[in-house]
Design a protein around this ligand. Structure first.
Ligand code: PHE
Length: 369
């Protein structure tokens, strides 16, 4: 294996093909990385069991970035400069994908984020694509559900968001925009810092404005703590959030406090389609758990990469990135995936309800227009 200036790998037809994954396997977002890695592994095992890519085995190298920007920098630099992977999968958290994107762009190695939804992630450059929808759409989904669904029919919403989290900031902005545009009123906007323990001041302020719903666009650890404290303050209205809620840890942290609350997500395990059920069976057999949205997106990201490898004239970064960006009507577990001109995926979202510690499918919301 040789290396061209710019770091692009030159293929050696007899060798393994390396792909990289950097993920939060430990830290406050540990379930994100673990689930995604399981999904990616399942896809790698499948392609290898079927003879590999043009007879060559795929080898996955995964590094733990500990949900930390400096660790992301190191992990991704190592993947592209020393391991010389043909492509990189990661991250979940938008703030971390934003650290990795410029490195992949500089070295000309394609990066696919399975689940980062902030618009900035793919704006970094043509090396970076994603297989999930983006937050302006996700916020639209939440606003539409809150305004129109019989279960909520909210005219007044309050917001509590993590002001130091890229993901949370954009979801808040876009939710406010859509909810207002749909005729709703925002009664209070409160902020917190990720990892905060005490939300009583913000929740008390929100309670005084008497909202019908509270939008909390954070990650599961903070959301769980917020839910418990909200119920302790006798706030009984439904809480609503985005994909950042999607973790088995959420009901573990929040218990009953999160029952009757809703979030938007990338897929539902209750989807009866054969594509989803087949994935569920395989995943359960391999990992002994029901796959969450992260696992489904990790699986889709890896399979989209392999499919792009088939269509690409070779595995040079530039060509492979182009093939990924040209993905059209890919039959994913998380829906039909077409990557648009901004290298974002356009696809529906689902709303799930937390009920007795389980996620229950409520409805599907289609892409705008
Ligand atoms: N969409 C979130 C982000 O961009 C990450 C996430 C995806 C979290 C899916 C949970 C499930 O930061």
């Amino acid at each position: 294996v040789g290396c061209k200036p710019g770091g692009t790998t030159v293929e050696n037809p007899s060798s393994e093909i390396l792909i990289g994954h950097y993920a939060s396997l430990t830290g406050p977002e540990a379930t994100f990385g673990k689930s995604t890695d399981n999904g990616v592994k399942l896809a790698v095992d499948e392609i290898n069991a079927a003879g590999g890519f043009k007879g060559r085995k795929i080898k996955l190298i995964t590094y733990d970035d500990k949900s930390d920007a400096r660790e992301v920098n190191q992990a991704v630099t190592r993947l592209v400069t020393s391991d010389k992977v043909v492509a990189v999968i990661g991250e979940v958290a938008s703030s971390l994908s934003l650290v990795a994107g410029p490195i992949c762009q500089e070295y000309g190695v394609p990066m696919i984020s399975p689940s980062s939804t902030n618009t900035k992630v793919t704006a970094v450059g043509d090396m970076v694509s994603r297989v999930c929808f983006i937050d302006p759409f996700q916020a639209y989904v939440c606003a539409k559900f809150a305004r129109e669904n019989e279960r909520v029919k909210a005219s007044k919403a309050a917001i509590l968001f993590a002001q130091d989290q890229t993901y949370s900031v954009q979801l808040r902005e876009e939710f406010e925009k859509w909810f207002t545009q749909m005729g709703g009123v925002i009664t209070s906007v409160q902020t917190h810092i990720k990892g905060d323990q005490d939300f009583s001041a913000q929740l008390t302020a929100i309670r005084a404005t008497n909202p019908d719903v509270i939008f909390i666009p954070g990650y599961y650890t903070d959301v769980g703590n917020i839910a418990v404290q909200a119920r302790n303050l006798n706030i009984t209205v439904p809480l609503l959030g985005g994909d950042g809620w999607d973790s088995d840890k959420l009901p573990e942290i929040a218990g009953k406090a999160i029952d009757g609350c809703y979030y938007s997500n990338h897929y539902s395990p209750e989807d009866p389609s054969p594509r989803v059920q087949e994935f569920l069976t395989k995943y359960k057999k391999e990992f002994g758990a029901t796959p969450d949205g992260l696992a489904a997106l990790g699986y889709d990201a890896a399979r989209i990469l392999f499919e792009a490898m088939e269509r690409s004239p070779d595995l040079k970064g530039e060509n492979l990135a182009k093939a990924i960006a040209e993905t059209k009507d890919f039959d994913g577990v998380t829906g039909k995936i077409t990557i648009d001109a901004q290298r974002n995926a356009v696809k529906p979202a689902v709303i799930l309800e937390m009920k007795d510690g389980q996620r229950k499918y409520v409805t599907t919301i289609e892409p705008i227009r």
